[in-house]
Write a protein that binds this ligand. Structure first.
Ligand code: PLP
Length: 425
């Protein structure tokens, strides 16, 4: 099996883009694709594609079901994947349930913990949350007569200590926050938030959708009770993800999905559940996807998460510095020189040009960025914008890619100026 690009590239990328079949294909011509939408989903290294393919070619059977040889092989492949994914985030295998992604895991958590909420209780979230870590909490809080309170970030996008003390208190039952903002790329003070929540007797849910691909994440060290992350944002397949429950915290969690595989015994008028993680894995699992997600975890481990973090941070600072020097660009969140920890995600707008138009202008130059509210409408509104452009890097991104995208931003502004001039003539 190939290492799938887990070696440096002459272009300055941390992993050679040639090791990612789609990027290799796209870069075939002049002015190849600069893919700066990795926060939406990363491109996949060859080793991940091969792992998924190999599962279906050699191990395909329903895990935890059959007594036959292939059923055993599929079970072993799934459980080996669980061990690899757990190790990658500093957890034990019996603390990780596979899900279809972060959204699924966060819904399981919100509905699974809803029984803890009483009228007058509070769920604390930050204003930076992705809708997937907000809408489920708004829903269960409303059903229980509880309230959602917000931790408000500073201008750099980080929640200050004073906000944590203000919003987390004796009424707080659950604190649900993102580790890394999917819009601004800033890293939240999670250890401080976990301490304040536990002092208040509350449980902590971490949305690690963006952090696991960018930072070394050690869930035991962070001390969170629960966490959620997606495989497809960490170079694994779509439709994969995980829910972490700290040993001892899992018993607080009821299952959302019910059916085969999660019950111990079923009678005409009742049933008993299995323990965690099986209790959250009703139905046939996406075993091939889990195997691919584990291959992605090993791929990132081979690169070294410290190196991955340093690479993304350096690219984000380069991008932010270029934008800050451009009178036509407006940068949101951390500036290029700030001391705060950040990941390879940068939000900006081109003055006088809508975010969607700017992204289309970049696309004409083969630079892919995302424009919109990025499923974080409260945050984007807080930034005073309707929509922003977001450039998000991956391990295959080089300084040359960042420089090409900066040139495309300048050209996007020029395109619009030319259009306005010709409209006036
Ligand atoms: N949370 C954050 C911070 C995200 O960035 C995303 C996706 O962009 C999600 C949750 C939802 O992840 P998924 O769509 O993989 O379920």
């Amino acid at each position: 099996m190939t290492q799938g690009g887990a070696h440096p590239s002459p272009s300055g990328a941390l992993a050679a883009p040639e090791g990612f079949p789609l990027l290799a294909h796209e870069a075939a011509g002049e002015g190849g694709l600069v893919y700066l939408d990795s926060a939406a989903t990363t491109q996949k290294p060859a080793c991940v594609l091969e792992a998924v393919d190999a599962f279906y070619r050699t191990n395909n059977a329903n895990p935890h079901r059959g007594a036959h040889r292939l059923g055993g092989a599929a079970t072993e492949a799934l459980e080996a994947a669980r061990r690899d994914v757990a190790r990658f985030v500093g957890a034990d295998a019996d603390e990780v349930a596979f899900t279809s992604g972060t959204t699924c895991a966060l819904n399981q958590l919100a509905y699974g913990l809803a029984g803890l909420l009483r009228p007058g209780d509070e769920v604390a979230v930050s204003l930076l949350e992705h809708h997937s870590n907000l809408v489920p909490w708004l829903t269960v809080a409303k059903l229980a007569g509880a309230k959602v309170r917000y931790l408000v970030p500073d201008r750099q996008g980080r929640v200050p200590d004073g906000e944590i003390d203000r919003a987390v208190g004796s009424r707080t039952r659950i604190v649900a926050v993102s580790h890394v903002s999917n819009v601004l790329g800033c890293v939240q003070p999670v250890e401080r938030i976990v301490r304040a929540a536990h002092d208040a007797g509350a449980l902590v849910v971490l949305d690690c959708a963006q952090s696991v691909a960018h930072l070394p994440v050690d869930l035991h060290a962070l001390g969170a009770d629960f966490a959620a992350f997606s495989g497809h944002k960490m170079y694994g397949p779509m439709g994969t993800g995980a829910l972490y429950a700290r040993r001892g915290a899992a018993s607080a969690l009821g299952p959302l999905l019910r059916g085969g595989g999660m019950v111990e015994a079923v009678f005409e008028q009742g049933f008993t559940f299995k323990g965690f993680p099986a209790v959250l894995e009703a139905g046939t699992p996406n075993a091939a996807g889990a195997v691919g997600m584990a291959a992605a975890a090993r791929f990132l481990e081979a690169l070294g998460m410290e190196a991955v973090h340093a690479h993304g941070e350096a690219l984000a600072r380069r991008m932010a510095a270029g934008l800050a020097a451009m009178p036509s660009a407006r940068l949101y969140g951390p500036g290029p020189d700030g001391a705060e920890e950040r990941c390879g995600i940068v939000a900006f707008n081109v003055r006088g040009v809508g975010a969607d138009l700017a992204a289309r202008a970049l696309d004409r130059r083969n630079v892919a960025v995302r424009a919109g509210a990025h499923c974080a409408q409260p945050l984007v509104r807080h930034l005073g914008a309707e929509a922003v452009c977001r450039a998000s890097t991956g391990v295959y991104t080089s300084e040359r890619d960042v420089d090409r995208s900066l040139g495309a931003v300048e050209a996007a502004r020029q395109d619009t100026a030319n259009l306005m001039t010709s409209a006036m003539l």
